[in-house]
Design a protein. Structure first.
Length: 346
């Protein structure tokens, strides 16, 4: 029996879970774990519509391409902004994982933001099936993040997750395998990068690229005062002379520059706690809040949330992969965890 079952899997290709993020796409294959982690970027030749590169290779091209080649991020604010390109990107990732082309039609679980509309959800399902999936299942990111962080989501107790991605921040309180109360705001790592670009442009008349802004955020970005405030050199184009120029900025200055998106995240956490039923709020008080996603790596964000909410804050060992690992667990234990999935409409 086991052999025939094994044969059936080989025939259809292994099931996959995809964390289709605004910034990065991660793929988990049943029985193999995370096999792919690439930026959600596609480089396209506008003359003939051909896809030139996907993932890391395409990301290196951002801001560095000739006129007829554009590097685009097909997801904006956690949802599909360009349907055709998303489908091509998904197809590329599915094929990259499944080397044998024939007969490989896996079941695919895709993670979506909890604030997604029915139309946006159908777009994700359509794109996944068009890209070569046998069936598409949807899982809400906060639920996947909670499962990936090892929280007991099926128990009748409140677990709070704050998942800060590139385009969205999801705050949710989960109990009995479902979301009791949640808030999804379209603010994330990209919003922080944009705030840095705006600040440097306004204060120093210096134009930065997206990648430089992201590097500054990773190096010295913070949400709470640090013991020693580091400085960083920033290179960009002087808007007055048009020539390259280098300036030095401090961590404190960058912290003030990114205050607006950081504050939006803090407010979302407070609002969600405010709407929580008293019993679950008491559970969160005991269990604390779990931070996942790339935004959890922003220096001092845990301290800031602790200061503002008075709750203990936990960051898993690898916050970036919680969502895809949680979706992967749903694949491995499909029957037991099936109830957290929003089933394929097909």
């Amino acid at each position: 029996m086991a052999n025939s079952k094994q044969g059936r899997f080989q025939l259809f290709g292994r099931d996959m879970a995809v964390d289709l993020g605004t910034a990065n796409t991660l793929v988990y294959v049943r029985g193999r774990g995370i096999v792919l982690d690439e930026p959600s970027v596609v480089a396209i030749n506008t003359r003939n519509g051909a896809v030139l590169a996907v993932g890391s290779e395409a990301k290196r091209m951002i801001g560095r391409t000739p006129g007829h080649i554009i590097a685009i991020r097909p997801l904006k604010d956690g949802v599909i902004a360009d349907f055709d390109v998303t489908e091509q990107m998904l197809r590329h990732f599915i094929r990259a994982v499944h080397k044998r082309r024939f007969l490989t039609k896996p079941r695919v679980i895709v993670c979506v933001p909890s604030g997604i509309t029915g139309v946006e959800q159908r777009a994700v399902e359509e794109a996944t099936v068009q890209a070569g999936a046998r069936a598409a299942y949807i899982i809400e990111e906060p639920v996947a993040a909670a499962i990936g962080a090892g929280l007991p989501v099926h128990e009748p107790a409140g677990n709070m997750v704050v998942d800060i991605g590139g385009g969205t921040t999801e705050v949710a309180i989960i109990s009995l395998g479902g979301i009791v109360t949640s808030q999804s705001i379209r603010v994330g790592g990209d919003g922080i990068d944009a705030a840095i670009i705006t600040h440097i442009k306004r204060e120093y008349s210096l134009m930065l690229g997206e990648r430089t802004a992201e590097e500054i955020k990773i190096a010295i970005g913070s949400a709470y005062p640090l013991p020693d405030e580091p400085e960083a050199e920033v290179r960009g184009r002087d808007l007055v002379s048009g020539l390259p120029k280098t300036i030095v900025v401090s961590a404190e200055e960058i912290r003030q520059a990114i205050e607006e998106p950081v504050n939006a995240t803090v407010s979302a956490v407070k609002n969600t706690l405010d709407k929580a039923p008293p019993e679950l709020a008491a559970d969160v008080m005991d269990n604390g809040i779990v931070l996942t996603g790339g935004g959890a790596l922003l220096h001092g964000l845990d301290e800031r949330l602790k200061h503002e909410t008075g709750m203990p804050i936990h960051i898993p060992s690898d916050p970036l992969t919680c969502v895809v690992v949680g979706s992967g667990k749903c694949l491995e234990e499909f029957e037991t965890l099936k109830k957290v999935l929003i089933s394929s409409s097909r």
